[in-house]
Design a protein around this ligand. Structure first.
Ligand code: PEP
Ligand code: CO
Length: 446
């Protein structure tokens, strides 16, 4: 194998990385980013990997969720808080039923770049490059605004830094204290279809907290009650940005990507000789690999060996996204092969990307029952194969959007137009996300 260097990916096949017209401006931007402080620290990445190693052994559950694509226009404190809060609620629901620690990882603070199925979009006979995420170009359909612009990487860095700053404050500064478990049930969630069920669970937790308080265990003397560990993740797609934020750790001498704790390789950039795999094999961060119906098990095994030659546990998360109708056909075979080869991986289920449909009006949506269907099959398949259903990967928001149909609120096709705000794929809203967490918790408990 060639020697890995921070820029050795440039000699490989890079799909979905844009060509910037102004190469000089790109270089200047990359140098500016290289001079900026890291967003996350190596020690945090090592802590996450340790948590994930426990998950791979069946002693934890990975909850990963957030926007399909973060945007510059929807960036504000309320959005960040609401998604964080729903993830906390989901974690409480999952912990209480599985009795396992739930590792919380946001698709946040850097989830900006999108691989698109068509390079160009055509409207009324005009063709411009497809929208590829706010870090690359603008969603506005305009020849200048659709051109990839390196300056957008600087805006994305700044937004990621502010988002992370607020998330750290929420995680550590008192908001996430378990004694507030009842007050996370707020706004439209509280009055919605899941509010009551969550309220009962929160009451039970409060009773336990009172009992522990009587024994002298409380959030002032027990940090685990007072704060949560919260990690960030995104698809490692825009390699010039990722390279510029990759640094050598002064304590261990190892190389870490410091744009997020956890990075994943998408379904469209997961192939032998991919620049994205070449880049990811040199960094110490835990890596997710998306697997879909096009995944060839033989290539997947080679890719796993390339990314994790020492078969370190906690390093690789396989994020499977087959779709509810195909999961039975594909997942058992992959589990069998990997188990036979002794590969240590975390099995996480992404029930979103194999279940995207266009409705009669041509609007991209996902049906709640199909999402749930894939998760349930996933859990059953892992139980049958003796592997651990170790995680869930969701596109979701804390907002009251109408992007996915179904759920107890019975969002219909005609409701979609009301609050359809995503910049890319349809997300579960807060009620749907909490409903799903309860149903997953029920399935895992069985
Ligand atoms: C995504 O997670 O946003 C995505 C594009 O997924 P996939 O690579 O699985 O299609
Ligand atoms: Co998506």
């Amino acid at each position: 194998m060639n020697q890995w260097k921070i820029n050795s990916w440039r000699d490989f096949k890079a799909k979905h990385v844009p060509t910037y017209k102004d190469a000089e401006k790109l270089r200047t931007t990359e140098n500016t980013l290289k001079s900026f402080p890291p967003l996350v620290f190596a020690g945090e990445v090592r802590a996450l990997k340790k948590n994930l190693s426990a998950v791979s052994e069946g002693n934890g559950f990975l909850l990963q969720g957030g926007d399909c694509a973060e945007s510059f226009s929807e960036f504000n404190a309320d959005n960040i808080r609401d998604t964080f809060r729903v993830l906390l609620q989901m974690a409480v629901i999952l912990t209480s039923s599985t009795k396992l620690p739930v590792i919380k990882v946001g698709r946040m603070a850097g989830q900006f770049a999108k691989p698109r199925s068509s390079e160009f979009e055509t409207i009324n006979g005009q063709s411009f490059p497809s929208y590829a995420g706010d870090i690359i170009n603008s969603i506005e359909f305009d020849s200048i605004k659709r051109a990839p612009d390196p300056d957008r990487m600087l805006t994305a860095y700044s937004q990621a830094a502010s988002t992370l700053n607020l998330l750290r404050a929420f995680a550590d500064g008192g908001y996430a204290d378990l004694k507030h478990v009842q007050s996370w049930n707020m706004g439209f969630v509280k009055g919605g279809s899941q509010g009551e069920r969550y309220g009962h669970l929160a009451e039970e937790i409060q009773k336990s907290l009172k009992f522990m308080e009587a024994l002298g265990i409380n959030s002032s003397n027990t940090p685990q009650l007072r704060s949560v560990k919260y990690y960030t993740s995104h698809e490692a797609l825009l390699l010039p940005y990722e390279e510029a934020l990759t640094r050598s750790d002064s304590t261990s001498g190892d190389t870490y990507n410091t744009s997020a704790h956890f990075l994943w390789i998408g379904d469209r950039t997961r192939f032998i000789d991919s620049a994205h795999i070449e880049f990811c094999r040199g960094i110490q961060n835990p890596i997710g690999i998306k697997c879909g119906p096009k995944t060839n098990t033989e290539s997947l095994l080679k890719i796993i060996d390339t990314l994790n030659p020492l078969n370190e546990s906690g390093k690789i998360t396989l994020i499977t996204r087959f779709g509810f109708e195909k999961v039975e056909q594909y997942l058992p075979k992959i589990i069998k092969e990997l188990t036979k080869e002794g590969k240590s991986v975390i099995w996480s289920c992404d029930p979103m990307h194999g279940n995207t449909i266009k409705n009669k009006s041509g609007v991209k949506t996902r049906r709640f029952e199909n999402i749930l269907g894939e998760v349930k099959s996933n859990i059953e398949i892992h139980k049958a194969e003796g592997s651990h259903p170790g995680g869930i990967h969701l596109e979701m928001t804390g907002q009251n959007v109408t992007e996915c149909t179904g759920g107890l609120d019975k969002i219909s096709d005609s409701d979609l137009k009301d609050r359809y705000r995503t910049h890319c794929d349809p997300r579960l809203n807060a009620n749907q996300a909490i409903e799903l967490a309860f149903l997953i918790a029920d399935s895992l408990r069985k």
